[in-house]
Design a protein around this ligand. Structure first.
Ligand code: NAD
Length: 248
């Protein structure tokens, strides 16, 4: 997986999975545009990479911010070969009958509209180039239901829908679009979900979840990054419109 001469844009690149993907692209020769609304952590990732990276602060739910990070990538590096459309939030843990409306809108805003806007503004660039690979971050919550997470589950099912539609549209134009479906990965997100489920014993929640996984542990952000890099690489040249599970 050699990305020398390639340009990668990673949303949610400041932390967790997106950070591991940003570092992974850079280690394999890519120029990287780290996009996040967490300016401090995002700038730190770009600084860790050095000259081959820039950080761009953006709220992925705002069209103007999305257009600005796309333009920043083109101004800095002249192309977008790989796009990890990854920023996401978990929302509240509560049953559908009690779920807060504002929390529902917030989750759909980042996880669905944010992913749509990324596709809306990156795909024209890739189509113009006649090449490119997109990986949208869905989740195993995009494949099955989880009680207590109606907005998150609905949003990740939607990401898989967006992936299939875009793949069909841009495949004939040389652009691939896939989705990944991570299971529990050791990042801030699962730690905060465990705290919501059991504020007094989040470790107990993690132990229970982990014991139900055949590999008996949470995945690492690096293990997810490996899949993203594979799907963005020429090794995956015949893979599009697919959803790949990485969940132990
Ligand atoms: P994380 O919270 O560590 O990282 C998410 C990043 O997205 C953060 O840096 C955050 O600042 C950024 N972000 C959130 N909203 C944003 C917005 N509106 N604009 C710009 N940036 C924004 O969590 P993570 O686990 O690395 O999550 C990354 C992706 O992986 C998410 O889409 C998440 O739903 C998905 N996912 C995570 C897990 C898991 O177990 N951790 C499992 C399946 C899917």
């Amino acid at each position: 997986m050699d990305f020398t001469g390639k340009v990668a844009v990673v949303t949610g690149g400041a932390n967790g999975i997106g950070r591991a993907v940003s570092l992974g692209f850079a280690r394999r020769g890519a120029k990287v545009v780290v996009v996040d609304w967490d300016a401090e952590a995002g700038a730190a990732v770009a600084a860790e990479i050095g000259e081959a990276a820039i950080f761009r602060a953006a709220d992925v739910t705002r069209s103007a911010d999305v257009q600005a990070y796309v333009q920043a990538a083109l101004d800095a590096f002249g192309a977008i070969d790989c796009f990890h459309n990854n920023a996401g939030i978990e929302g509240r843990v509560a049953p559908t009958a009690e779920y807060d409306e504002a929390a529902f809108d917030a989750v759909m805003g980042v996880n669905v509209k944010g992913v749509f806007l990324g596709l809306r503004h990156v795909l024209p660039v890739m189509v113009r180039q006649g090449r490119g690979a997109v990986v949208n971050t869905a989740s195993i919550a995009g494949l099955v239901g989880t009680a207590g997470m109606p907005a998150y589950v609905a949003s990740k099912h939607a990401v898989i829908g967006l992936t299939k539609v875009a793949a069909g549209e841009v495949g004939p134009l040389g652009v691939r679009v896939n989705a990944i479906c991570p299971g529990p990965i050791a990042t801030r997100m699962v730690r905060d979900i465990a705290k919501q489920v059991s504020p007094n014993n989040p470790e107990g929640v993690e132990e229970r979840y982990a014991s139900s996984i055949p590999l008996r542990r949470y995945g690492t952000a690096e293990e997810v990054a490996n899949l993203v890099l594979f799907l963005c690489s020429d090794l995956a040249g015949n893979v599009t419109g697919a959803q790949y599970v990485v969940d132990g």
